[in-house]
Ligand binder design. Structure first.
Ligand code: RFL
Ligand code: PHB
Length: 389
């Protein structure tokens, strides 16, 4: 088989890229290790930067998002029993859209299927060959049969545990990593959200986040030790702990119910450089990870796709390689800023096991500064709604 662009991974990055390329007449094949149902079963991001929402519209998949998503003009930050609001509209003249990754991925699958886009599921043993030569190809097995796709370019959208990044030789690749000494225990419940905006809470018992998917679907998170098991947390224990970490006025209003999903995610900051090696490009979680505190993971994936899509159009339509040559540099410049913001928000809001009294006072001073200082709020708001591409 031959195609122009072979994309590894049918998560949001891979699907969005193949959909955008298709709209410009550029052909791609997407290879996915799992099934569509499996990918759609993962409960992940919920907050879209306004630039990402714009890219979804450009891909022709913004209709349901615009109908069912919720515009948020601000967020609540709480510490102890106290809370304040950062107004995104006033401070950064923009808002974010609350629309779940599951829904967005479903919209992308539908669009790819409607256009007869080629997605191969259940692929095994993907090998990217000759990425540093002129004629790259990808080998894989499906149903026990060996297959080969020849292409102009390979794009690794295969997430943190994928094969693409590891294809780049260690002599070329440099990785930067920070592991945080805690995780997030998350639950999804069919209950109305406790508040119309997100609440990020720093408490003496650890961080908590109140988020949502729609008016009857809430998403809540608690900072927890990494060795905890989600099965050891009963729903009652979760709700009790959440109530103790958020301001009383929110705790009193909290409507609880059975969880329909419960999982623990570790927190990590990670960047690999470069994001291009010959004819291979990396996008999204395959190249970088942020702790979820700044809601940036999926959004950084979207910014990679933005740069790579425009570079590929420039190449296929105008015969100009400059965008492809500058992809890694441009993508990384924005990624590092999102890494900084996510790291800053994580440091601001979590309880660190090694934290001394001085560090705790510093955190408190930073929260009070943010509450009282318009410039500090502007910096936070501009980062949260998304820096320009
Ligand atoms: P994905 O979604 O991991 O998709 C990669 C796909 O590649 C497939 N794959 C392979 N296919 C073929 N061959 C192989 N060898 C393969 N290896 C892997 C996988 O099966 C999968 O389908 O990466 P992608 O597309 O780059 O998307 C990234 C986002 O999923 C991720 O950044 C976000 O979910 C992160 N994230 C959040 N991001 C935000 O912007 N806002 C948020 O509010 C937010 N909250 C979160 C999050 C991630 C979380 N977890 C669990 C990691 C909350 C959580 C709890
Ligand atoms: C979510 O709704 O899953 C969510 C929202 C904001 C974050 C992280 C996760 O910062």
């Amino acid at each position: 088989m031959r195609t122009q662009v072979c994309i590894i991974g049918a998560g949001p990055s891979g699907l969005l890229l193949s959909q955008l390329l298709h709209r410009k007449g550029i052909e791609s094949v997407v290879l996915e290790r799992k099934t569509k149902e499996y990918v759609l079963g993962r409960i992940r991001a919920g907050v879209l930067e306004h630039g990402f929402a714009e890219l979804m519209r450009e891909a022709g998949v913004g209709e349901r998002m615009d109908r069912e998503g919720f515009l948020h003009d601000g967020t609540v930050i709480a510490y102890d029993n106290h809370q304040f609001r950062v107004d995104f509209a006033a401070r950064a003249n923009a808002s974010v859209l609350v629309y779940g990754q599951t829904e967005l991925t479903r919209d992308l699958y539908e669009a790819r299927e409607a256009a007869d886009g080629k997605i191969v599921y259940n692929v095994e043993d993907v090998r990217i060959q000759d990425a540093d030569g002129d004629a790259p190809y990808v080998e894989y097995n499906v149903g026990g049969q060996g297959q080969r796709i020849d292409c102009d370019y390979v794009v690794g959208c295969d997430g943190f545990h994928g094969v693409s990044r590891k294809t780049i030789p260690e002599t070329v690749r440099k990785e930067y990593e920070k592991i945080y000494p805690f995780g997030w225990l998350g639950i999804l419940s069919e209950t109305p959200p406790v508040h119309e905006e997100l609440i990020y809470a720093n408490s003496e018992r650890g961080f908590a986040l109140c988020s949502m998917r729609n008016e009857n679907l809430s998403r809540y998170y608690l900072q927890c030790p990494l060795d905890h098991n989600p099965e050891d947390w009963s729903d009652d224990a979760f709700w009790e702990e959440l109530k103790r970490r958020i301001p009383e006025q929110a705790a009193e209003k909290l409507i609880t119910g059975p969880s329909i999903e419960k999982s623990i995610a570790p927190l990590r900051s990670f960047v690999t450089e470069p994001m291009r090696w010959g004819k291979l490009f990396l996008c999204g979680d395959a190249a970088h990870i942020v702790p979820p505190t700044g809601a940036k993971g999926l959004n950084t994936a979207a910014s990679d796709i933005y740069y790579l899509y425009h570079a590929m159009v420039q190449f296929y339509v105008d015969g100009e390689e400059e965008g492809l040559d500058r992809y890694s540099e441009k993508a990384l410049a924005r990624i590092w800023k999102a890494e900084r913001f996510s790291w800053w928000m994580s440091n601001l809001l979590h309880l660190y096991p090694e934290q001394g009294e001085f560090d705790r006072k510093m955190q408190r001073a930073e929260l009070e500064f943010l509450e009282s200082n318009e410039s500090a709020q502007r910096v936070m708001a501009e980062n949260y709604v998304g820096l320009p591409f």
